[in-house]
Ligand binder design. Structure first.
Ligand code: BES
Ligand code: MN
Ligand code: ZN
Length: 487
């Protein structure tokens, strides 16, 4: 999407012109026919509500869109603006119009609010047509330009920052959307290398031999049933004070999860291409941080494996030794995410000694039973970290809800033969998964686990996304870094 910043005085060439409208405040300077049309269409400016009509302006046909913001006082006005702009792009992306003008003249929008129109518009215009060869002209996107008219001083500079975040979200969506025959551990790494070149990010890659050397028996146990070798991708962004300990983000990157020998049902198994959504969010966040030159030291780590059931696959009952030295009885090979994450958590702590460590994983179906597709589950050993993450979630719309943990849950993963087993009973499945991970977190190290299984993929369009990959996590982690790690 091309973005142009125009003065209020400079008319935009776009036929499609958008006005943002507060609840019950249809602008008085509209052509009477538009005002009447809006009224007859029962347009009142409710959040997300759209009205459009054609009028003649200066001898040319203009297509005017009114986009509702709801109550003007709301503290989440930025979010309402973002949503309204997204609704416009959702509706007109394939309309035949090539440019849209957001007319902010006289709107009183702050620069943050002006930027929110662009964020919403750009995020909602993302799509992935790489595999569609038969789209008709009517089905193809036509909108390529957004003109922002009459935005206040400083909007353009602020957009340079937010654009970086939007780019990170887009990258995450791309990784998540790509099927598992395209994105597997090695190609995930290659895609990141290509996209991150020249950004200042330093990428390090561990192959399976190096991971074996480090003793990552749990991660490699998952990978051993696949012909695709595992990888550990580390992305270092050192934009903060030299020598200051970093924040670490760890992502689950199971590029396809068949369940392994504990094979999943066929129905819906195709969804398991996005079982790398945690790794995707971490990669997108690192790209965003680098693009906006965040003043913080942040390490992103992605544990990349494919969970397949071949003749060399691990069996239920196998005991594996993790990098931490602790042993795990693998009761269910479909509880593979925690087996991958535990070794990456150990590696991250031993290598980087992070001040705070967060992991993101599409870890359990049970979290979708608990929280649906509104909130990701937040599990943590630290109240302050939880509060910071919850606040970042509220600010960005990538929402989190804290879940309980404790020793009585932890007991449920005791094993008769090893230090622990990889599943507990059916009840509380997301919590026992979190308890498992906590066993790999150093005492006293602030840690949070985000179970994002319900958030990575949407079966219907949402605020700023269409059907499919949402890009969940990037805005959350970016905001978290801004508010807690940058001067
Ligand atoms: N990747 C799945 C969790 C998942 C399910 C993510 C649905 C997104 C949508 C994970 O590896 C898994 O299979 N978890 C099992 C754990 C069980 C075997 C204890 C689950 O949730 O059923
Ligand atoms: Mn699984
Ligand atoms: Zn999985």
């Amino acid at each position: 999407m091309k973005i142009q910043f125009l003065d209020a005085a400079t008319p935009s060439g776009a036929r499609l012109v958008v006005r943002f409208v507060n609840q019950d405040a249809v602008p008085a300077d509209l052509e009477p026919i538009l005002a009447e049309g809006a009224k007859l269409s029962r347009f009142t400016g409710k959040p997300g509500q759209l009205f459009d009509g054609f009028v003649e302006r200066g001898g040319k046909t203009a297509r005017v869109v009114l986009a509702g913001l709801g109550g003007a006082d709301a503290s989440d006005r930025g979010a309402a603006i973002e949503r309204a702009a997204a609704a416009v792009l959702g509706k007109f992306l394939t309309s035949g119009e090539e440019a849209v003008a957001f007319d902010l003249t006289g709107s009183g929008f702050t620069k943050e609010e002006a930027v929110a129109t662009l964020t919403g518009g750009v995020l909602r215009s993302w799509r992935w047509d790489a595999y569609r060869t038969t789209l008709t002209p009517e089905q193809k996107p036509t909108l390529t330009t957004i003109d922002l008219v009459g935005a206040p001083e400083g909007t353009e500079a602020l957009w340079a920052v937010e654009q970086a975040v939007a780019e990170g979200v887009a990258f995450t969506r791309e990784l998540v959307t790509e099927p598992a025959n395209t994105i597997y551990p090695e190609s995930f790494v290659e895609r990141c290398k290509a996209r991150m070149e020249g950004t200042g990010l330093v990428l390090r890659v561990l192959d399976d031999a190096e991971m074996a050397e480090l003793g990552m028996g749990a991660l490699l146990g998952v990978a051993q049933g696949s012909v695709k070798p595992a990888r550990l991708l580390v992305m270092e962004w050192l934009g903060g004070t030299e020598g200051e300990k970093p924040v670490a983000f760890v992502g689950k990157g199971v590029t396809f999860d068949t369940g392994g020998i504990s094979l999943k049902q066929p129905g819906g198994m195709e969804d398991m291409k996005w079982d790398m959504g945690g790794a995707g969010a971490v990669a997108g966040t690192m790209l965003a941080l680098a693009r906006r030159k965040a003043k913080a030291n942040v390490i992103g780590l992605c544990g990349l494996v494919e969970n397949m059931p071949d003749g060399n696959a691990q069996r239920p009952g196998d005991v594996v030794t993790t990098m931490s030295g602790q042993t795990v009885e693998v009761i269910n090979t479909d509880a593979e995410g925690r087996l991958v994450m535990c070794d990456v958590l150990t590696y991250a702590q031993q290598t980087y000694d992070p001040v705070r460590i967060m992991d993101l994983a599409t870890l359990t179906g049970a979290i979708m039973i608990s929280l649906g597709q509104e909130y990701a589950g937040l599990f943590s050993n630290d109240d302050e970290l939880s509060a910071d993450l919850t606040a970042a979630g509220l600010a960005t719309g990538d929402k989190l809800w804290r879940m309980p943990m404790g020793p009585t849950y932890d007991k449920l993963i005791e094993s008769a033969i090893a230090d622990m087993k990889n599943v507990g009973p059916r009840f509380g499945g997301s919590i026992t998964a979190a308890q498992f991970l906590q066993r790999f977190v150093d005492k006293g190290r602030p840690w949070a686990h985000l179970d994002i299984a319900g958030m990575v993929w949407a079966d219907k369009p949402g605020a700023t996304w269409g059907k499919g990959a949402t890009g969940y996590g990037v805005r959350l982690l970016d905001r978290f870094i801004r508010d807690t790690a940058e001067g």
